[in-house]
Design a protein around this ligand. Structure first.
Ligand SMILES: Nc1ncnc2c1ncn2[C@@H]1O[C@H](COP(=O)(O)OP(=O)(O)O)[C@@H](O)[C@H]1O
Ligand SMILES: [Mg+2]
Length: 255
């Protein structure tokens, strides 16, 4: 099963929203995803209603004590396995970031997890050990791009970042750009979609995620959109379910 890093170094583009709803979809499909919250802001952890008593019980435990992921997994009320985040993770770069081994820690820890379980990693909006580790550990990167001008600039930055990483990894990182917060009434959104499709072609997912109240409201209820508003157009968007469910024009490769 695929290991997907949901990554964009720009904040507010829909990384957490995408991870939340992809995990919800995979769970409904019976795929039992492992979800890893790599953002020290711990938004996904909070949305899942998980309270971490001490930093060591979060992903921080992997970096601080080499704890296996299996010891850090919490069961969430929505039925996923979550490795939660904690504010202390913001210190990972300064405390444990020296040397190339820091970047491969997560990838090595994931090798000890069942290969058939899909993994979704919600990255933080900074370039550092945590976000780069998620790319190192992933089979593919899903890059949410909100349909606004600064996000388009962010997409070009992401391209440069991935190119630099590919130089180190010595392989191309499969990627899909997912347009989020799309409002077809805005000319700018239409123009940004056109530019993205011209530049990245099939790497842009066929599905766009619309600007939608249910998607914005559901985290406040600790729910994904399928639970919060099962009849909303976003929950029923056909391509969420197409070709095995990933909202991509082409699927990311299996492990
Ligand atoms: N499609 C959407 N429609 C409406 N609001 C959205 C949508 N996607 C994200 N949001 C809202 O935008 C904000 C940022 O989204 P989030 O997923 O937290 O971004 P990131 O993780 O990239 O920082 C949140 O308040 C979220 O509820
Ligand atoms: Mg986020």
């Amino acid at each position: 099963m695929a290991r997907i890093a949901v990554f964009n170094q720009k904040g507010g583009v829909g990384k957490t929203t995408t991870t939340l709803n992809l995990a919800g979809l995979l769970t409904r499909r019976g795929d039992d995803p492992l979800v890893i919250d790599l953002d020290p802001q711990a938004h996904l952890t909070a949305v899942c209603g998980v309270v971490v008593p001490r930093a060591e019980a979060s992903l921080y435990g992997l970096y601080a004590h080499g704890a296996p992921l299996s010891a850090l997994i919490c069961a969430t009320r929505n039925g996923w396995k979550l490795v939660p985040s904690h504010l202390e993770l913001s210190k990972v770069d300064t405390q444990f970031g020296k040397g190339p081994s820091a970047l491969s820690r997560l990838s090595l820890a994931l090798e000890r997890e069942p290969a058939e379980r899909p993994v979704l990693m919600d990255s933080c909006p900074m370039l550092g050990v945590l976000s780069l580790s998620s790319v190192f550990a992933a089979d593919g990167v899903l890059i949410p791009i909100s349909a606004d001008y600064l996000a388009l600039k962010g997409a070009l930055q992401m391209e440069r970042t991935l190119k630099a990483l590919e130089h180190v990894l010595k392989r191309r990182v499969p990627r899909r750009y997912l347009i989020t917060r799309y409002d077809s009434r805005r000319r700018m959104a239409v123009d940004i979609e056109r530019q993205l499709r011209e530049r990245y072609g099939d790497e842009v997912c066929a599905t766009r995620i619309a600007e939608n109240v249910s998607l914005a409201e559901s985290p406040a209820r600790n729910q994904d959109v399928f639970e919060h508003a099962p009849t909303s157009r976003r929950a029923r968007a056909p391509r969420w379910r197409q070709s095995g469910g990933l909202p991509c024009s082409a699927r990311l490769p299996p492990v």
